[in-house]
Ligand binder design. Structure first.
Ligand SMILES: *Cc1c(COP(=O)(O)O)cnc(C)c1O
Length: 429
């Protein structure tokens, strides 16, 4: 398949090149400008891994042979995405049954394997993954690359701004996983990673790749679970589905919009943000105004300059989605807590990110529609906040219990590129 750099359209790359390069010239994102039409009904009848391989094959084309892609997908998606009923017309798509208990496992695990496949073909043996995390990407990427020969991983996270258990899931690994606690917010971490990519010499010397949601392979992987969601909706309700996505960097909601472009029956998508509401304000006013990031309960969405937004604009420009296909709305802290309590009363234990999406869904859902909100992380990842808000203790699943008592190996760093450069060069082989 051919992908085009959104900013520099003359830069065209294959899928495997895009996976390897990550970000294009002038920090432009890679994106397809034509889309396959899928046999959606046939696909919906298939099991998750088989269907996902077929969707990805249709997108990627023959760059990865069918048998290789099928094996890769089966390995990457080795856990389910169940749709949990909350009420008669609302359900939660639980995307937190992977090893690091957040939806980022889908993209992270597929990306790691696609990258290895790409490198094998180009004869590259060593790579350095540099990524910024607002909470859950770090763990997913760290686990996906942990102890993989030839891969060094450097993860930047905003010090003190992610939950303790989120942090423990990736800062306790060691070996080829290097973690930096940056004195700043997520947008500063993301800006540092962008600076790394501007340093051509550094990128070349260390063969640096980013595992952020700008990597097209992560986005493609995420398309697959939207099909899995619809496949679990009773057939008589499939024509009226509205899906609400808790959004930060807007990768997840972009994947949902792509699923719609591919023919999946989704009536509307809702992008729900917390107080970091650059997109909802922009969607209303047409004015892109980035304010300083504020810390909220849904910390993985504390992003004020969402990286993936240009891809949504590109889908609009391509004419494959309409403005009315996307609703954007902001949910404040009070409403987030209220939503968590409402869900608890309905017998569903939730956490702040899913609660933001649930609240937005309740605002927008019309009679006769079937609403799905995405459960992007396991409630136990936010144990303290969830216990404070709901007043009940929650148990830790084994993956979290195992790291809760381990010491963090993260190194403190100022939000300074010169310092980051030194750290990276120390990894040079
Ligand atoms: C990353 C993350 C989000 C935001 O997803 P984007 O694709 O960046 O919009 C929402 N919830 C959780 C739990 C996350 O980790």
């Amino acid at each position: 398949m051919q992908l085009r750099n959104i900013k520099v359209p003359s830069q065209q790359v294959s899928f495997l090149e895009a996976v390897r390069i990550g970000l294009g010239e002038q920090q432009g994102l890679f994106f397809p400008d034509s889309w396959p039409k899928l046999e959606v009904e046939t696909l919906l009848a298939q099991p998750f891994a088989k269907r996902s391989a077929a969707i990805l094959q249709a997108l990627i084309g023959d760059e990865l042979p069918e048998a290789e892609l099928s094996a890769l997908v089966a390995e990457a998606f080795a856990f389910g995405a169940p749709l949990a009923a909350v009420t008669e017309d609302v359900a939660c798509l639980e995307l937190f049954h992977g090893p690091t208990l957040a939806f980022k496992d889908f993209g992270g695990r597929f990306m790691a394997r696609a990258l290895m496949a790409s490198q094998q073909r180009s004869g590259v043996t060593n790579t350095t993954i540099v990524t910024a995390t607002s909470g859950d990407t770090g763990a997913a990427v760290a686990h996906a690359f942990y102890q993989r020969p030839g891969a060094e991983v450097v993860i930047l996270f905003p010090k003190g701004k992610i939950s303790v258990l989120q942090e423990k899931l990736f800062t306790t690994l060691g070996k080829n996983i290097h973690t930096l606690a940056v004195d700043g917010d997520f947008d500063q971490c993301q800006a540092l990673v962008k600076e790394v990519f501007n340093d051509r010499d550094l990128v070349k010397r260390l063969n640096i790749n980013s595992a952020n949601s700008i990597n097209i392979s992560r986005l493609f992987a995420q398309i697959c679970y939207y099909f899995e969601a619809v496949a679990q909706v009773p057939a008589d309700k499939r024509h009226n589905i509205v899906i609400s996505v808790p959004s930060g960097n807007f990768g997840n909601v972009t994947a949902g919009l792509i699923a719609k472009v591919l023919g999946l029956p989704i009536k509307r998508m809702i992008a729900a943000t917390n107080a970091n509401d650059t997109v909802p304000r922009y969607w209303q006013s047409g004015d892109w105004q980035v304010k300083p990031t504020v810390a909220t309960l849904s910390n993985a969405m504390d992003v004020s300059a969402p990286n993936n937004w240009p891809r949504v604009e590109d889908l609009l420009a391509q004419g494959v989605i309409q403005r009315s296909d996307l609703v954007t709305t902001m949910v404040d802290e009070e409403d987030t807590q209220l939503a968590m309590r409402q869900l608890a009363q309905l017998g569903y234990l939730s956490e702040p990110h899913a609660a933001v999406a649930y609240r937005a869904l309740k605002r927008e859902l019309q009679p006769d529609e079937f609403g799905i909100f995405l459960g992007t992380a396991h409630p136990a990842k936010f144990k303290e906040q969830v216990e404070n808000i709901l007043g009940n203790p929650i148990a830790l699943p084994p993956a979290l219990a195992a790291v809760a008592g381990e010491a963090s190996l993260a190194v403190d760093m100022a939000a300074d590129f010169v310092e980051l450069r030194k750290v990276l060069l120390s990894l040079e082989k």
